[in-house]
Ligand binder design. Structure first.
Ligand code: NAD
Ligand code: SER
Length: 318
């Protein structure tokens, strides 16, 4: 039986993953953790064990792992791309030292580790379209640097110490439960809120800028499917390209107009986030994930838009 510790479990992915893993493995077998027990996250904090864990503090991670007999760590605590450019030193500290601490505890306590990488692990010199699984990785953001180093560190712990490390390169994730935590792809979440509330949105990402994106239910399935996959079939443990859809602001606006015809989109481009977006791929080749563990996403842009608008209407009481 899995006994799971999730770090950063009150973030965009963690809020949904925690509840799904509790459904699968039992509430008491999934320990949620974050820097503090934030208000508004009572469902997670009260439906199973919750611990305060700062991933910079290796002792805190080790104590919680021992206390709950944890055998699987899902490491989500991180600083994302846009905040990472505002606070590069913090991004290095949390993303690198946090991951190192998690891997060391996993090595000592015999845990497996799942941690996500990102499309941010690619850079300007990476082929932009149908970006291969194995290709040039020279990112120019602190977030991207930590993601490439993290992929390599996870590979190292697998080969050198036999820690069962696994990961995917997530594209921008779109969801309605928790707001995104300060990334470049966040516009593709905000646009749905603003379309419903004000019927207009001002995008900080420029017209024509394509990025890979994915709806949260597919992302959650990817984590569970890869965690449960037969390890002997995995050649690319850290980390698999996975893809579901790729669009620019005009295309997501057009999908929204099928439901809100009067929706208006204009632009006030943020040069920092625009430069980050331009350094990332337009679309990824995810054939390795499909071949090695059966990756097969369910949502395209239209299916996601229909579901997002339905769910957000209820959440916002509209
Ligand atoms: P998020 O920003 O929404 O949540 C991160 C959580 O980590 C927050 O709850 C925060 O309080 C917590 N945290 C920050 N510093 C911490 C520390 N020192 N100790 C413990 N917790 C700390 O992030 P997310 O979107 O849920 O992302 C989770 C992982 O997935 C990250 O590794 C991220 O790089 C990766 N990822 C996310 C996306 C996306 O679009 N959301 C895309 C690609 C990769
Ligand atoms: N959504 C993330 C970001 O924009 C991608 O890793 O930072």
């Amino acid at each position: 039986m899995r006994k799971v510790l999730i770090t950063g479990s009150l973030g965009q992915i963690g809020t949904e993953l925690t509840m799904k893993l509790r459904e699968l493995y039992g509430n008491n077998n999934v320990v949620a953790s974050d820097l503090v027990a934030k208000e508004g996250f009572e469902e997670i904090i009260q439906s199973g064990p919750f611990e305060v864990v700062d991933v910079i503090n290796a002792n805190q991670i080790a104590e919680v792992v021992k206390k709950h007999n944890i055998n699987t760590i899902v490491h989500l605590a991180a600083i994302l791309s846009a905040v990472g450019e505002q606070k590069p030193q913090l991004a290095w500290n949390v993303n690198m030292n946090g991951l190192y601490n998690v891997l060391e505890v996993a090595r000592e306590e015999g845990c497996s580790v799942f941690t996500p990488s990102s499309i941010a692990a690619f850079g300007d010199s990476t082929p932009k379209d149908n970006t291969p699984q194995d290709t040039i990785q020279r990112p120019n953001t602190m977030y991207g640097v930590t993601k490439v180093a993290g992929e390599l560190l996870c590979d190292y712990y697998f080969h050198r110490f036999g820690v069962d490390t696994r990961g995917v390169r997530f594209p921008g994730l779109i969801s309605y439960k928790a707001l995104p935590g300060g990334g470049t792809t966040d516009y593709a979440v905000h646009i749905y809120y603003e379309a419903l509330k004000n019927k207009k949105y001002t995008s900080f990402i420029a017209k024509g800028t394509k990025m890979d994106m994915m709806y949260m239910p597919d992302a959650i399935n990817a984590i569970i499917q890869l965690m449960e996959a037969d390890g002997s079939k995995l050649k690319h443990r850290n980390a698999f390209n996975i893809a579901a859809m790729s669009f620019d602001p005009e295309e997501i606006a057009a999908a929204i107009r099928k439901y809100i015809p009067e929706f208006e989109l204009d632009y006030d481009v943020d040069p920092v986030r625009q430069a980050i977006a331009e350094s990332w791929p337009n679309s990824l080749d995810d054939s390795a994930a499909r071949e090695e563990w059966g990756w097969n996403p369910k949502y395209d842009l239209d299916a996601m838009t229909k579901d997002m608008l339905e769910k957000l209407r209820i959440k916002l009481g509209l």
